[in-house]
Design a protein around this ligand. Structure first.
Ligand code: SIN
Length: 279
């Protein structure tokens, strides 16, 4: 097994592993690489939905997605699909999956079945790098803060009819609100990571929206700097397995006439603790 981190330590490619037949040592090595680099990429995998579920379960219990239509016959596998008839793709903006949950998901394993001839890449941004780019003074300020996150404005009734297509369901279940530290101590690495995102974070806890917006916009601008990101070009059979506590991701929507089909399985995480060492 070879692990090749990208130059900026956002993302790593892994060769020499088949996800259906990982040894326990390989599972640990993949989990360590995912936590260290935020996302790992594998090529040439051949996964049925049951294979993908079994592989994901090696990293933790499965978190069943409430809002994406499942693969028929496999309620734990979410379909991430864009056809030419769809106006927009799924995940087309910087976000962190499930930050609206009290116990946010660890991460997701995305498997490519059909990819466009060009386009459809996914970007990732390192939230370790985002934090490290902040001044000591701002880090000290953030160490005392929490932020509110919600699913309501993205997956709930207020997001319809925009979301009224066959890829989404359960709008009535978009009732999740959660408060998490703005800077978390990563559960596996112990490193500080910025934990706010443009899709689901609604405000700094205890601040008004007007007060929150400039700080959040500043943090988002730092996080999305090119030097904190990597970009993955998919092939059928590729897998990206990302850590939501260490990255954001963004599915590029630049293949209007083509179809892209991925299967996503999400792994449960744990309660997030604040990183307080900078106080
Ligand atoms: C997602 O946000 O989970 C989808 C990512 C992708 O399709 O590349």
């Amino acid at each position: 097994m070879q692990i090749r981190p990208f130059d900026n330590d956002c993302g790593a490619e892994i060769d020499g592993v088949e996800l259906q037949s990982m040894s326990d040592e390989e599972v640990e090595a993949i989990a360590d690489a995912q936590a260290a680099y935020g996302v790992v990429f594998l090529h040439g995998q051949a996964l049925t939905p049951d294979d993908q579920l079994a592989a994901a379960r090696r990293f933790g219990p499965i978190n069943v997605n409430r809002f994406f239509a499942p693969v028929p016959g496999h309620p734990q596998v979410a379909m991430v699909l864009k056809e030419p008839r769809h106006e927009r793709n799924i995940g087309g903006g910087w976000h962190t999956d499930h930050s609206y949950d009290q116990v946010p998901a660890l991460g997701s394993m995305l498997f490519a079945l059909e990819v466009p001839s060009a386009g459809g890449d996914t970007m990732f941004a390192s939230m370790y790098k985002a934090y490290e780019a902040l001044s000591p003074g701002l880090r000290r300020t953030l160490a005392g803060l929490s932020a509110e996150h919600s699913s309501r404005h993205v997956f709930g009734r207020s997001a319809y009819p925009k979301r009224d297509d066959d890829r989404y369901h359960n709008a009535e279940k978009a009732t999740q609100d959660a408060v998490h530290p703005v800077v978390i101590r990563h559960p596996r690495t112990g490193r500080p990571a910025l934990y706010v995102n443009p899709a689901f974070t609604v405000r700094i806890a205890g601040w008004t929206d007007e007060e929150s917006r400039p700080l959040l916009e500043y943090l988002y601008g730092v996080a999305a700097r090119e030097e904190h990101t990597c970009r993955f070009r998919w092939e059928a059979g590729s897998v990206a397995f990302w850590d939501n506590r260490a990255t954001w991701h963004y599915a590029l929507d630049d293949y209007p006439e083509e179809r892209r089909l991925m299967h996503r399985v999400t792994v449960e995480g744990e309660t997030l603790a604040p990183y307080l060492s900078e106080r």
